[in-house]
Write a protein that binds this ligand. Structure first.
Ligand code: NAD
Ligand code: ZN
Ligand code: ZN
Length: 379
């Protein structure tokens, strides 16, 4: 079938993107779902920093590619062998495909499925190859097996999680990345305990989801840290007990003062080495740093080794919030319904295809939390 999609052909276009238009809105060809795949009508695609990092070449991927990895939609057609979901079902996408059979998958860690990671790196689906072509017949890569900046998509059955149909799809989209990553880092990776003190470094869609996760998880002190006073204000409304602006040269001392020596858990949810350094330095003796931010591929973080040992700190990576999506997405949606994870507060606006390049300018300048593409008209 023919459909509209946002295609990235070249990295590192000059800014503003609204003028250079790195994402071209094209008519493309979507091939039918093969065995174990579904055709989905896209309902929402979140504008996440991980897409920006591909566009601005911080973390390049195979091109040409149909971008978008945080999304939700409605099943239109099931390919052969797909019997447990049906047309009309609403689904949220998981951006890390998994095979369901390897050792990591069977340990309950699908986010580190090596077959999934290799397939994702190729820009293919788990069944092999791409279902996307441009109108000259050239293959287009799938982004993380999702490619939700499009009107429709063909996805592996393993890349979708069925959810109740009552949630608006542009809100459901956030559960596919920001919520899994942020709330998951706090609840699953760190497993914070009631009464712990927590620092959240970086207050975009991922960081504010982490903040909401810390509230749900019963953290006593929650120190929210960002470069933007506006984001610090929103963090206070969402449950931060304290806020600190990282542009202040004394920001580490401020956090230590607030928490009598540092936090039990510090989360880097920004994706810069400076933010990671802040997270490391505000962690108290015996505490842990959990990092889910993705800084540029070539960037290295260094730390004092003897300090790590003598203070018995730990540093842990967190991918997709260490989530088992089929377990955690419905669980987080239940918390949302109870009003305990007010994810809708993170959506600034919905946009159409024509605004997508400008939306990345806005994200780059830290002027937004979550914008959501609604491919079939404004929500
Ligand atoms: N681990 C995963 O599975 C995963 C999944 C999704 C996104 N990510 C990554 O998470 C990060 C956050 O994503 P997002 O969409 O929320 O991004 P975003 O751009 O919306 O938010 C980042 C925030 O960090 C703040 N920031 C930047 N430098 C800072 C510093 N030194 N100190 C404090 N705050 C600082 C910015 O002001 C901004 O508010 C990105 O690196 C993204 O690639 C990781
Ligand atoms: Zn696997
Ligand atoms: Zn994302």
């Amino acid at each position: 079938m023919r459909m509209k999609a946002a295609v990235l052909r070249q990295f590192n276009a000059p800014q503003p993107f609204a003028q250079s238009r790195p994402l071209s809105i094209e008519e493309v060809e979507l091939l039918p779902p093969q065995h174990g795949e579904v055709l989905v009508k896209m309902g929402g695609g979140g504008i996440c920093h991980s897409d920006l990092s591909v566009i601005n070449a911080d973390r390049p991927r195979n091109t040409p590619v149909v971008m978008g990895h945080e999304g939700a939609g409605e099943i239109v057609e099931c390919g052969p062998g797909v019997k447990d979901v049906k047309p009309g079902d609403h689904v949220v996408f998981q951006f890390s495909p998994s095979c369901g059979r390897c050792r990591r998958c069977l340990e309950g860690r699908p986010q580190v499925c090596e077959l999934g990671a290799a397939t994702k790196a190729q820009g293919h689906l788990m069944g092999g190859g791409s279902r996307l072509r441009d109108l000259d017949g050239n293959e287009l890569a799938h982004h993380t097996g999702v490619s939700c900046y499009a009107e429709y998509g063909v996805l592996d059955r393993g890349s979708i999680v069925k959810v109740d149909n009552d949630l608006p799809l542009h809100e459901a989209a956030l559960f596919g990345c920001a919520v899994m990553t942020g709330a998951g880092a706090v609840i699953n990776t760190a497993r914070i305990r009631t009464g712990d003190s927590v620092a959240i470094v970086g207050l975009g869609g991922v960081g504010l989801s982490g903040l909401l996760g810390a509230v749900v998880g019963g953290a006593e002190k929650i120190v929210a840290i960002d470069l933007s006073d506006e984001k610090l204000g929103l963090a206070r409304q969402l449950g931060a007990t304290h806020t600190v602006n990282a542009t202040d040269p004394n920001h580490v001392e401020q956090v230590r003062d607030i928490t009598n020596g540092g936090v039990d858990f510090a989360f880097d949810l920004a994706g810069t080495i400076k933010a990671m350094e802040t997270a490391y330095n505000v962690t108290r003796y015996g505490g842990s740093v959990v990092t889910a931010g993705l800084s540029p591929s070539a960037a290295n973080f260094s730390f004092n080794q003897s300090n790590l040992v003598s203070q018995e700190k730990s540093i842990r990576g967190s991918y997709m919030g260490s989530c088992v999506p089929v377990r955690d997405i419905p669980r987080f949606i239940d918390l949302y319904r109870q009003g305990r994870l007010p994810v809708d507060r993170l959506v600034d606006r919905t946009i159409g295809f024509e605004e997508i390049n400008a939306a990345f300018d806005k994200l780059q300048s830290n002027a937004t939390v979550r914008q959501v593409l609604v491919p079939h008209g404004t929500a």
